[in-house]
Ligand binder design. Structure first.
Ligand code: NAI
Ligand code: BAL
Length: 492
């Protein structure tokens, strides 16, 4: 067992209560880490440290160029320790090392990119329509940011918030998921080593009801950046309302991949597999609905099942493993319950449909890659987020019907399109109501490309240059050089 401490004001501490909880390795089902169980007292200390760093400490006084340099140094340290960070993430999360390694190096990329942008944030001189006035805008940090992070890609989703927030000049309190707290605490050690002033980055661990709730109601927290489930997202919106916090919410999805009759079938099968079995289906952008044209439906289902059948399950540390365990016991139970719901609704299970009993899966929380065919879009399995390796394949006849089906969900995070027609490749992204549309590819991401959802998938955008705007306020400055004040009883 490894025992962790929380990180406040560049110092390691136990939780105020002294209590801890355990985190387990999803591959073995065994606990491996002891994590501090924080409460409102720890949150208050972390928020005070972040507030002081911004408004009274070194960070608020530092030039943007110096901030950027620190961020790039942190990026170097993450790259130096990438293997160790990835190993911690795999142990805690069960995600494949093959994917986690890329995500950890991505943390460096995000820090380099946003570090480079830090001193390119500028307001504007406004050529005002009034005499004897000089007017300009300042772009200032929004304040203390609470980053509430889920368990599916812990370090990567933390970096998507941390990098633009630090570039904007904000300070942060990070709350990782109670299921995967370790990697954020390992990362915090690098923040200190890089030489960040105390209080700029703080990490508190614990549960949504204790830590999350205090963070989202704390009067000194100006903004909450959240990735997670729809239910928690709604609660956060309600809590944040009392203190008018800015919000970015990146919630779930029920993303559709549309396979048109002119698609390259092998590529569309491979893209379908990438959409639902990568990360064991535990991604907000999982392509959990495959809408396939009726003329190629049977051929597609046959090829898809044949390909999914060969997926190698087992130890996520093995680079050849393709489907790892699900991250948490509650998630394991939830996925199995959705499989039973789908069966009871009359969906035809053509692959999997149970917990994996393979010897290579040991005592881990493994679910067989599961394929339901002949699903109707109004079934719960096609409407609700399962967050596991379970896909619904739905036939369609006309393009128009495909767009209607794809959009017929509360969510709007992502969509995929498979076609060789330039017309369809151009029309479909316009017709699909989603924050991201991939054409002849799926699940590509970059620090350069904005990411976020519409409808119940949330609002605000992470990544890309515009993500910085989510962490800035615009201040308008009016400077008069008039010789005399006009009538003071009317608007100037
Ligand atoms: N958009 C995404 O990437 C994710 C979506 N989900 C969806 O959410 C479902 C439930 O998963 P959970 O583990 O329960 O996710 P969750 O949304 O409850 O947890 C995400 C984070 O929010 C925190 N949190 C929970 N309730 C909170 C509250 N009231 N105030 C502040 N913070 C709070 C948690 O402690 C964790 O750090 C999943 O089955 C999946 O459908 C889950 C994780 C990531
Ligand atoms: N570390 C993920 C599994 C858990 O302890 O919830």
């Amino acid at each position: 067992m490894k025992t962790y401490q929380i990180f406040i004001g560049n110092a390691w501490k136990d939780s105020a209560s002294g209590e801890t909880f355990q985190s387990s390795n999803p591959y073995t089902g065994e606990p491996w880490a002891e994590i501090p169980k924080c409460d409102a007292r720890d949150v208050d200390a972390a928020v005070d440290a972040a507030h002081d760093a911004l408004y009274h400490g070194a960070w608020g006084k530092m030039s943007a160029t110096e901030r950027g340099a620190l961020m790039r140094k942190l990026g170097d340290l993450v790259a130096r320790d990438a293997d160790a960070l990835a190993a911690v993430e795999v142990r805690d999360n069960g995600k494949l090392l093959a994917e986690v390694s890329g995500q950890v190096l991505g943390v460096s990329q995000w820090l380099y990119f946003y570090g480079g942008l830090a001193d390119k944030i500028n307001g504007a001189v406004i050529p005002i329509n009034k005499p004897d006035m000089f007017t300009y805008t300042l772009r200032e940090p929004v304040g203390v940011v609470a980053a509430i992070v889920p368990w599916n890609s812990p370090l990567m989703l933390m970096a998507w918030k941390l990098a633009p927030a630090l570039a904007a000049g904000c300070t942060m309190v990070i709350k990782p998921s109670e299921h995967t707290s370790a990697s954020a605490l390992e990362f915090a050690a690098l923040v200190r080593e890089a030489g960040f002033p105390e209080g700029v980055v703080n990490v508190v661990t614990g549960f949504g009801k204790d830590v999350g709730d205090r963070l989202t109601t704390h009067p000194k927290v100006a903004k909450v950046a959240f990735t997670g489930g729809e239910v928690a997202g709604q609660k956060i919106m309600e809590s944040a309302a009392s203190t008018f916090k800015r919000l970015t919410l990146e919630l779930g999805g029920k993303s559709a991949q549309v396979v048109f009759p002119d698609a390259d079938l092998d590529a569309a099968v491979s893209g379908g597999i990438a959409g639902i079995f990568a990360a064991t289906g535990q991604t907000c952008i999982a392509g959990s609905r495959l809408l396939v044209h009726e003329s190629i439906y049977d051929a597609y289902v046959e090829k898809f099942v044949a390909s999914a059948k060969t997926a190698k399950m087992g130890d996520p540390m093995e680079m050849t493993t393709q489907v790892g365990p699900v991250t948490t016991q509650p998630q394991f139970d939830r996925i199995l319950s959705y499989i039973e719901i789908a069966k009871s609704e009359g969906a035809r299970c053509v692959l999997g449909g149970a917990a994996a009993q393979r010897p290579e899966c040991g005592k881990g929380w493994f679910i067989e890659p599961t394929v339901f065919a002949d699903v109707r879009n109004d079934m719960r399995i096609a409407q609700e987020e399962v967050f596991g390796p379970v896909v619904s394949i739905i036939p369609f006849k006309e393009d128009e019907e495909a767009y209607e089906l794809a959009n017929d969900t509360n969510y709007g995070l992502a969509a995929g399109v498979w076609t060789s027609s330039i017309k369809r490749a151009t029309v479909a992204p316009k017709r699909l109501r989603a924050g991201t549309v991939w054409v002849n590819t799926y699940r590509a991401a970059s620090f350069l490309m904005p990411f976020g959802g519409v409808k119940a998938s949330g609002f605000g955008r992470e990544n890309g240059i515009e993500a910085i705007d989510q962490y800035l306020e615009t201040k308008s400055v009016w400077l008069s050089y008039a010789e005399e004040t006009k009538n003071p009883f009317v608007m100037q």
